[in-house]
Design a protein. Structure first.
Length: 663
């Protein structure tokens, strides 16, 4: 990573050691960020490959042969031993153990060196880490996992009282993540260490094959009289982080086995027994919680919905019994409530389950068909056993209708909570925007639209410069300062950052600034032909152009049928709804025009936009589907393009339900 031959330099400011095992694309992005961060300092990069089979070694030789020292293992000796191989040949004043699934800022190394130089008693240093969604990773700073600290973490007290100095010790949650602190335990994803101190205390303990070695090494710095620090002045992306491991029972077993090794090594007597007892409790407790969570995930929603359906059937039965069937006295037999109503509920839930109504993404068709076929099934059974089961088919029919309403409403509420909209549509494609400058945007857009197997709808790009794109369909949505408004207006699911002329520091700053909007983030590394995201690499090539669903003959017929049905319904209900319209007489005229094919119920915002399938003028448009409504200064041509690309009849229905008062 130096302009001169790195092998000719006897000492360095920093030796960076990266252990790789089958994460080729993450490693390449990591090395590109490391190269940028090494500008202005004397640094060497040592990559130890643990016998990868994904082409990592060839990629390193093709792209980084002059920048790194490569150690090629013929087996996988584990994380600790591989790092020790790199440390043994390191020539830097400082040694950094860096995971390959990380991205560092341009000034990260310089800030770490300056911080350590100013503190001679500092033995090791960690930095603020965020995951691929811009969320802070709590393992950036930790305390020594004593028996008490582990107990508080295992049984949830640390989560309940995060600001408590007693209960919040495991991840030091009572310390401000945006301030520098002296801490005890660092994360193995980024361990910046003083080489002289490391030589004094010894290298990584190879007894730890995976997990626990960072805790052991951090603790040995403290035992030798050194100080460990958490540096909040810079941050890195750590794509995988702890969050990807916690749900795995195998991870729990391997990690806590490492903790037992740690206790055997550093604790003695009663303290060791308490710690090991806590570890065994943790394994069984985590296993119980994992099993319970799976049961809740699978059965919680159906059971809740079954309760709603049963309550609805009971209410229908009460009404039918008192106001229709037995007006002059009488009642249904007790077994109807105790046996048959629960059986009806079970049938409705079973048909919903079999139709796939509990699988995400939710679809509207099973929610309509399942209650109908459940009604047919129950009605058939009551017909076959007339006199035994046949209390009232009317109750069953009404129950089927209300089951459909309940099923749609509950899933709409779930969708509202998770995605910000009550409406859910089948086969919804994620919307993405590009954020950066011209060269990087052009490269990323070509990858997405022409080469990569990456199913997103590319709305446009956000940049401070409005340049003329070589791709005619790529729209400038606004400057970077309007990013938040653009994300909300276009209901964007994902931001793609081209890392060509946009700094890593700017990318991380943007991610942390808008993380509350819950959008996903992906990066196109400089010069790369793939996209990197949390635990996902998109590389498969295919050829694609813009696919407008409005060009499809079947969709054109559906749109015409929607216009016919919707205009007829609104005309029939006009005597009831006219007080809600802003201009009732004008609405009557417009609905008549839709009925006779002179206008569409839903059309384009800009009817004369070239290169889009032709549509007549619409009474409504995609502006009414956007969260921001009609008051905006953002370029809205992208919405017309999205409408033509992703058209479905239920999209027209959503727009109509949101904007019918504005016809």
């Amino acid at each position: 990573m130096n302009p001169d031959n790195p092998l000719a330099i006897e000492t360095f400011d920093l030796s960076i050691i990266i252990v790789n095992y089958n994460v080729k694309h993450f490693l390449e992005q990591c090395l590109l960020s490391v190269k940028a961060a090494c500008e202005g300092i004397q640094a060497e990069v040592i990559v130890v490959d643990n016998n990868s089979v994904d082409g990592s070694q060839q990629m390193l030789k093709d792209k980084f042969s002059e920048d790194i020292i490569l150690i090629e293992n013929t087996d996988n000796p584990g994380f600790s031993k591989a790092n020790n191989q790199g440390i043994q040949i390191a020539k830097g004043r400082y040694v950094l153990l860096l995971n390959p699934d990380t991205v560092v800022e341009e000034h990260t190394f310089k800030k770490c060196i300056d911080f350590m130089d100013a503190r001679p008693k500092a033995g090791a240093l960690g930095v603020k880490m965020i995951d691929g969604q811009g969320e802070f990773l709590p393992e950036s700073k930790r305390a020594l996992p004593t028996a008490a600290v582990s107990f508080y973490k295992i049984f949830g007290l640390a989560s309940i009282f995060p600001k408590s100095k007693r209960f919040g010790q495991y991840h030091l949650t009572y310390l401000d993540k945006d301030e520098n602190h002296e801490i005890e335990i660092l994360s193995g994803a980024y361990m910046f260490m003083r080489k002289t101190a490391l030589d004094e205390i010894g290298y990584l303990d190879e007894t730890f094959f995976m997990y626990g070695e960072d805790i052991d090494l951090s603790y040995r710095f403290i035992l030798a009289g050194y100080q460990n620090y958490y540096l909040a002045d810079t941050q890195i992306i750590h794509y995988k982080g702890e969050s990807t491991k916690k749900g795995s029972l195998n991870y729990v077993r391997v990690f806590y086995q490492a903790m037992i090794i740690f206790a055997e090594k550093h604790f003695g007597g009663r303290r060791k027994r308490l710690f090991i007892t806590a570890i065994h409790m943790a394994v069984y407790f985590r296993a119980f919680i994992a099993i319970l969570r799976r049961m809740v995930d699978r059965l919680g929603f159906p059971l809740m919905e079954a309760g709603l359906i049963y309550g609805t059937i009971f209410g229908i039965k009460e009404y039918w019994e008192h106001y229709v069937k037995f007006i002059e006295g009488g009642f249904y037999p007790q077994e109807f409530s105790l046996v048959y109503m629960p059986a009806y509920t079970l049938v409705f839930v079973a048909f919903l389950w079999l139709a796939g109504a509990y699988k995400k993404p939710f679809r509207i068709r099973p929610l309509i068909s399942a209650p109908f076929w459940a009604f047919v099934f129950i009605a058939t059974c009551t017909y076959m056993f007339d006199g035994i089961l046949n209390f009232s088919r009317a109750i069953v029919g009404l129950s089927a209708v209300f089951t459909m309403i309940i099923a749609i409403a509950t899933r709409g509420l779930i969708n509202q909570r998770e995605k910000g909209t009550f409406f859910f549509m089948e086969e919804r494609v994620r919307r993405a925007i590009l954020f950066g400058e011209s060269n990087g945007i052009e490269h990323a857009a070509k990858l997405i639209q022409q080469e990569l197997d990456y199913p997103v709808e590319l709305v446009g790009y956000v940049s401070d410069s409005d340049y003329q794109s070589q791709l005619g369909n790529l729209l400038h949505l606004g400057p970077q300062e309007q990013l938040r408004e653009i994300l909300q207006f276009y209901r964007v699911d994902e931001i793609i950052f081209p890392n060509q002329d946009l700094s890593t520091e700017a990318i991380l700053q943007t991610m942390t600034t808008i993380r509350d909007l819950q959008v996903a983030y992906k990066i196109v590394p400089q010069g790369a032909d793939y996209i990197v995201g949390p635990q996902a690499i998109h590389t498969s090539r295919f050829s694609q152009g813009l696919d407008f669903k409005l060009k499809n003959r079947q969709n054109q017929i559906q749109k015409r049928l929607f216009d016919l049905v919707s205009s007829s319904v609104l005309l029939l209900t006009f005597p009831l709804l006219f007080p809600f319209y802003k201009k009732p007489l004008g609405v009557l005229k417009k609905l008549t025009q839709v009925l006779f094919r002179k206008k569409h119920m839903v059309g384009y915002i800009h009817p004369d936009t070239p290169d889009l399938p032709t549509l007549r003028q619409g009474l409504l448009n995609m502006m009414f589907q956007s969260k921001s409504g009609q008051n905006t200064s953002i370029n809205t041509q992208g919405l017309d393009q999205l409408y033509a690309q992703r058209y479905r009849w239920d999209l027209d229905l959503e727009i109509l339900l949101r904007g019918w008062r504005n016809i």
